[in-house]
Design a protein around this ligand. Sequence first.
Ligand SMILES: C[S@@+](CC[C@H](N)C(=O)[O-])C[C@H]1O[C@@H](n2cnc3c(N)ncnc32)[C@H](O)[C@@H]1O
Length: 227
Amino acid sequence: MSESLELKIVITADGSKTIYHPIIKENYHSRNGALQESNHVFLNSGLRYYLADKQVENVSILEVGFGTGLNFLLTNDFCTGKEIILNYVGLEAYPLSLKLIEDTEYHQIVSSNSWEIFLENYEKALTESVMLNQFCSLHIACIDAKIYTTNLLFDVIYFDAFASSNQPELWTKEFITHIVSFLKPGGVFVTYAITGDLKRIMKSLGLKIEKAPGAAGKREMLRAIKP
Ligand SMILES: C[S@@+](CC[C@H](N)C(=O)[O-])C[C@H]1O[C@@H](n2cnc3c(N)ncnc32)[C@H](O)[C@@H]1O
């Protein structure tokens, strides 16, 4: 995949924009609403669920498939509002150009402060971990997630790969096991989809699975908690 494939900006049902990938033939977000999907699946069902019964000063998040950064931007706004220190690592094998990120116009849906510091630091964050402000560090690791490795463990994993029908290699037991190895005990893994295979893989890894209500257009999504 490369950007010369003419990735296209498209408008989703809630008015927020996403990107259409012509080779994969899939949008980066749900056509039923990019903003509603990011808020529902990742921020609310993932991070806010994880934080619900806790008083924490910091939280670490690993995202598989950083893309436009919408999940990061919403998470950053939330954490800044709560004065929670956010350490965010996004994995992205095919980073978007700054121009395409700008074309998403997410300044219309996130705080102008979050948007501006993201744009200012985007290219640097593709090469190293960057402190965007006193509450937030961001590193977008430009690597195939299958070979990513780190000594860090994360509180929450946002799993936002393309669908298993289009990128089956990112939904195998081997790959999910690899990604779950970066989750702390008590940590939460969320993704927008739920399949029998994914449930079986999570159970075989000893995670407690929950069928959570899905984002608009999907009945259910998967949340898994590491004991
Ligand atoms: C469904 S989109 C994610 C959308 C993204 N979270 C956002 O908010 O824009 C899937 C993303 O996974 C990336 N991707 C595909 N294969 C990958 C791989 N092997 N390793 C890491 N990232 C990959 C794609 O380039 C794309 O950005």
